[in-house]
Unconditional design. Structure first.
Length: 55
């Protein structure tokens, strides 16, 4: 048997890389949305404290 037959085919990493670039925008949008929700959650959590400081 030739040694190159036993190696992992090169198409494996390349296909995953292409999928990663194709899904990049979706991941970016999700990350943006999650950070927005995290900020909202933080505001909700500290609402009472902010009211006390404001009044």
């Amino acid at each position: 048997m030739a040694p190159w037959v036993l190696r992992v085919p090169r198409s494996g990493p390349r296909t995953s890389y292409q999928e990663g670039t194709r899904m990049g925008s979706v991941i970016k949008k999700r990350r943006k949305r999650m950070s927005k929700k995290k900020h909202r959650k933080l505001l909700r959590k500290t609402r009472v404290q902010r009211r006390k400081l404001g009044k």
